[in-house]
Design a protein around this ligand. Structure first.
Ligand code: F6R
Length: 365
């Protein structure tokens, strides 16, 4: 059942190209825009008149929401707020008509996310669920459902479901942009072409990715720092979560620009710092942050696109991802981080499919 892979997690990492392809397939038939209107579980009228979007989620699903925020705000110019569900539900939140509350939950059963969705719905908000499980509770607590089509995920650490959640957020962003007239046809068409290329690029990336040497060099470290900016920040957060949950190594993820406000004090020669240096208008600033880290003697592992030559002068190790529209690069950049966490946990002799203290579905708050 592991299809020749040593663990479910590794199998699921390798299923990501297919999972994204399934998730976007019949939603990206048109060349210049996304179609969601045909879906039985989703009435597009839910998107009309939306003034604000609030995403409620936990853990990895929260990170998918964070990535979606950058894309939706940039493309569709709708303000997006992100809320950890366990906090939101107890905050007496100001929410109601005109708000679209999106609960992102792979299992569709996470107690805190469900409670946050119900609360928002009671107060008059429109509630949308993004989930991987048909018939799950989230599908009943929402006005509409957009499914990720990742297939069953068995490894406790979310991998292919995360990538598909991000893909659905991009689809939603593109659809909203079209409805609101905030992106011209040429830009939409270019983004659609890029998005459809993602499964192919994931395969290309996975087939050439060998992180064994980097993992061997660092698997006994006591701490890892992850840095990113803009859409690279949630990628850093997700990388840090993957490593801590399956390898039990303490990690922290920070907005690179916040580093000098505290976390830089953590760095010494033994600290691996994973920098998300993917393409973006902020790349220069990320490179200066990399230089600051290097000046403290820390060891920089950068994730960068193939076109980025300069980064090689500043990082000890560069893990390359295929070049692609910068807003979409998280779909590729997270993959080396999943695999790095995986290799490190295996070298430490751990059960990656079932890390201690964790459950796949968290039905208690
Ligand atoms: C981490 C992980 C968890 C889940 C979280 C939410 O790898 O899997 O952080 O993302 O428990 O679960 P769902 O998405 O089912 O609501």
């Amino acid at each position: 059942e592991k299809g020749g892979f040593e663990t479910f997690m590794l199998k699921e990492i390798h299923e990501q190209a297919d999972a994204v392809a399934e998730t976007i397939a019949d939603r990206t038939v048109r060349t210049d825009g996304v179609d969601l209107a045909e879906e039985a579980s989703f009435d597009e009228a839910l998107l009309h008149g939306v003034r604000r979007i609030i995403v409620v989620a936990c853990g990895t699903s929260f990170h998918a929401g964070l990535i979606g925020r950058y894309a939706i705000e940039e493309w569709a110019r709708v303000p997006v707020e992100l809320e950890v569900a366990s906090e939101y539900r107890y905050r007496n939140p100001i929410v109601g008509e005109g708000d679209l509350v999106i609960g992102i939950t792979q299992s569709g059963e996470t107690a805190d996310t469900l409670a946050a969705m119900r609360l928002a719905r009671e107060r008059g908000a429109t509630v949308l669920a993004i989930t991987n499980v048909m018939g799950s509770q989230a599908t009943r607590d929402a006005d509409g459902v957009l499914y990720t089509r990742a297939g069953l995920e068995i490894g406790v650490a979310a991998t292919k479901t995360f990538i598909c959640q991000v893909a659905v957020m991009y689809l939603l962003g593109l659809r909203l942009a079209e409805l609101r007239g905030t992106l011209d046809v040429a830009t939409r068409t270019r983004l659609m072409t890029e998005l459809k290329r993602v499964p192919h690029e994931i395969d290309a990336l996975l087939s050439g990715l060998d992180l064994e040497a980097i993992a061997r060099q660092h698997y006994q470290r006591e701490f890892f720092l992850y840095l990113g900016r803009h859409v690279g920040l949630p990628v850093a957060m997700e990388g840090a979560l993957k490593l801590k949950e399956i390898s039990y190594i303490p990690t922290d993820a920070y907005a690179a620009g916040e580093m000098k406000h505290g976390p830089i004090a953590l760095l010494d020669e033994s600290t691996p710092v994973v920098c998300i240096a993917t393409d973006s208008p902020l790349l220069d600033k990320v490179v200066s942050n990399v230089q600051e880290v290097r000046a403290r003697g820390a060891h920089v592992i950068a994730i960068a696109s193939e076109g980025n030559i300069e980064i090689g002068e500043h990082a000890e190790q560069v893990i390359r991802i295929p070049a692609m529209d910068w807003m979409l690069q998280p779909l590729l950049a997270v993959i080396p981080l999943q695999l790095l966490a995986y290799r490190i946990a295996r070298l430490r002799g751990l059960n990656v499919d079932q890390p201690r203290n964790l459950a796949k579905t968290v039905t208690v708050e």
